[in-house]
Design a protein around this ligand. Structure first.
Ligand code: ADP
Ligand code: MG
Length: 627
């Protein structure tokens, strides 16, 4: 458990503040920051002001001051910790928060030069990348470690995610990407480009490219990053290749430059931009709610009531879920103006930062730890086998009797089996989670495995000949959009002749209708359909020239039969069935039955130790893949 580290940084007065003859109301001493309330007439500052204490208070007001905090100093305090966390296998995150013009982008990236990075004053992101490659080149010389580094750079504007490192496919492509959730790795942006980088100069090129692409619509001063949140992510993998099986750590480093935190001025939001402002607020307002809820949690405000953290309410908080209250070593840097004209906004920022100090994260090393144990046990087995061999050789002197060695060998092997089972059971727990969430159950029938789904669903047939898995797409109540990869569809298919939105399937109380989109080739049972078409059990649907799906619609009577015959359940509380027969079953009974099925299947996997079966099910979007 570690608290979020919080730093506050004050910048010099800017031109406008100087022109307004602004008074300096921020004073820093060691870790504390004091703000004084300006008087109404603006001449005298009265009172001691409010004092806040943080992990760091950076005074960057005057370069000539002995306490001046340079970009280098901030990197040494905050950036080093990020690098240390990365090399130890932890996730890390730095979030810059503050009103527009307070110095967020300056701190994260450096002075706003779009075509290059200012070498002298560069910010945390370029310095962290530079430090990463410096350390990699250093470690590569001595350790038997391989490094793999990928970066991505995205922007959230108007609650839409844009890839800052990818060109748009066509002028009509709006480039918006969807956020999805992986059962193991959590929320992620689908189709976000990831770039393998092997040197700092390669990263630098990508940073310059991304910065140039950040949304720039002319909206008053400091447009570059006023309205959008930018997340630069480094995915850093280390593999120790000196023994079998390999030991690896994977860490994700998010470096976040938020949009301006100031309250939106309604007089400046006209037409289309009104929505944008509302959405920007949505991300920041949700961030505020998340931080406040996490701070309550960290401070132990409520011991009886469970505190709900509204991560899902905005794209920003959803993507930063791990960084806020989760598996990450997180730092927040709150940037402020020194001038009296910004008193209210600065006070808000200081309060916000103060609250963030109470957030408690639980970082863990992201390694394949069980693999390490396995590796050690494996080398022990090899050593004991060798001893046994020597002991049985006639006339050879051995340190132990062969009976002792055999016993030791058996013991080590059983330890190895325990480690293997642990490894497998954690994989299996994940599988169970998917089964529970995704309204599907698995059961063994004869020598086969049967996957039951209580909702109407599609099964991919010959969609991809190279694929060794089977995709099952269940159709929730309402509309499901099918098409080739872009941003809006719920089911993504591959194959020639597919449109982005190829067709829509509508499930109303278990009756499913296919709505072909204009110009989309759709065949049902071999006949081309251009009008809405109700699907019947077993229908074969061909979309475009390759993708083929089989429609399956479990009926209420089938479900009832399964219960009566004692076969495993296929129930989900969310199922909507017109006859409502399943609703009469008690939820407790069904859950109990489901649990028993799961236990049976777990035993089966453990008994037969089939690695293929233990690897069952990875889920992307609404697809459940059985490998
Ligand atoms: P934000 O990203 O918070 O909107 P910027 O980082 O773009 O603000 O800063 C606004 C202006 O102030 C920029 O011209 C920037 O160079 C300058 N600035 C910000 N922080 C500092 C600092 N610590 N030292 C010198 N100039 C700064
Ligand atoms: Mg900015």
């Amino acid at each position: 458990m570690t608290s979020v580290r919080v730093a506050v940084r004050v910048r010099p007065l800017n031109k406008r503040e100087k022109q307004l003859s602004s008074k300096v109301i921020i004073h820093m001493k060691e870790k504390t920051t004091t703000i004084q309330k300006p008087t109404v007439r603006g001449d005298e500052l009265k009172g001691a002001g409010k004092t806040f204490s943080y992990d760091f208070s950076y005074d960057s007001f005057d370069r000539r001051s002995p306490t001046f905090a340079s970009q280098e100093k901030i990197f040494r305090d905050l950036g080093f910790e990020v690098l240390k966390a990365g090399f130890e296998g932890y996730n890390a995150c730095v979030i810059a928060y503050g009103q527009t013009g307070s110095g967020k982008s300056y701190t994260m990236m450096g002075p706003s030069v779009r075509s290059s990075i200012n070498l002298h004053d560069k910010g945390l992101i370029p310095r962290i990348c530079e430090g990463l490659f410096w350390e990699i080149s250093h470690r590569s010389k001595s350790d038997a470690v391989m490094f793999h580094t990928e970066v991505s750079y995205l922007e959230i504007c108007n609650e839409r995610v844009q890839d800052l490192l990818k060109k748009r496919a066509s002028p009509t492509d709006d480039g918006g990407l969807s956020v999805r959730e992986h059962p193991r790795h959590g929320p992620y942006v689908e189709n976000l480009s990831k770039h393998l980088v092997q040197s700092y100069s390669e990263v630098e090129g990508l940073i310059i490219l991304g910065n140039a692409k950040r949304t720039t619509a002319s909206r008053g001063v400091n447009d570059f990053s006023k309205r959008s949140h930018a997340i630069f992510t480094i995915m850093f993998t280390q593999v120790w290749c000196d023994a079998e099986p390999l030991y690896e750590t994977v860490s994700k480093i998010h470096l976040v430059d938020l949009a301006g935190s100031e309250k939106v001025d309604p007089t400046r939001t006209v037409g289309g931009r009104l929505k944008e402002s509302a959405d920007i607020n949505k991300s920041l307002v949700t961030l505020g709610h998340v931080i406040s809820a996490l701070a309550d949690l960290g401070a132990g405000v409520s011991t009886t009531k469970q505190i709900f953290i509204p991560y899902r309410d905005s794209v920003l908080t959803w993507l930063l879920k791990d960084s806020l209250g989760g598996n990450s070593k997180t730092t927040m840097i709150a940037t402020i103006s020194p001038a009296d004209v910004n008193y209210m906004e600065t006070l808000n920022t200081l309060r916000f930062a103060s609250q963030a100090k109470n957030i408690v994260n639980s970082p863990t090393v992201n390694d394949n730890g069980s693999m390490k144990v396995m590796r050690e046990l494996q080398s022990e087995v090899t050593r004991l086998n060798q001893l046994l061999k020597e002991a049985t050789q006639v006339g050879h002197e051995v340190p132990l009797s062969s009976v002792d060695v055999k016993e030791e060998l058996n013991e080590t092997k059983s330890l190895q089996a325990v480690a293997l089972t642990k490894n497998r059971s954690s994989t299996w727990r994940e599988t169970l989670n998917i089964l529970q969430e995704e309204t599907v159950t698995l059961r063994k029938e004869g020598s086969g495995v049967v996957l039951d789904c209580c909702l109407p669903h599609l099964i991919g047939v010959g969609e991809d000949l190279q694929s060794t898995g089977i995709a099952l797409y269940y159709l929730k109540e309402g509309r499901t959009i099918i098409g080739k990869a872009s941003c809006t569809q719920d089911i993504v298919l591959h194959g020639p002749g597919l449109l982005s939105v190829h067709c829509v399937l509508e499930n109303i109380a278990g009756t499913v209708t296919l709505f072909p989109q204009d110009g989309a080739l759709c065949l049902v049972n071999g006949s081309v359909v251009t009008d809405p078409c109700q699907l019947t059990q077993g229908a074969i649907i061909q979309l475009g020239k390759g993708a083929t799906l089989w429609f399956n619609q479990p009926t209420a009577s089938q479900l009832r039969l399964k219960y009566q015959s004692g076969l495993p359940s296929v129930f989900s509380p969310s199922v909507t069935d017109s006859s409502n027969s399943t609703e009469n079953l008690s939820k407790a009974m069904v859950q109990n039955r489901w649990y028993k099925d799961a236990i049976k299947l777990t035993a089966l996997v453990a008994d037969e130790c089939k690695p293929g079966l233990a690897k069952i099910l990875t889920s992307a979007g609404s697809a459940t893949n059985v490998n």
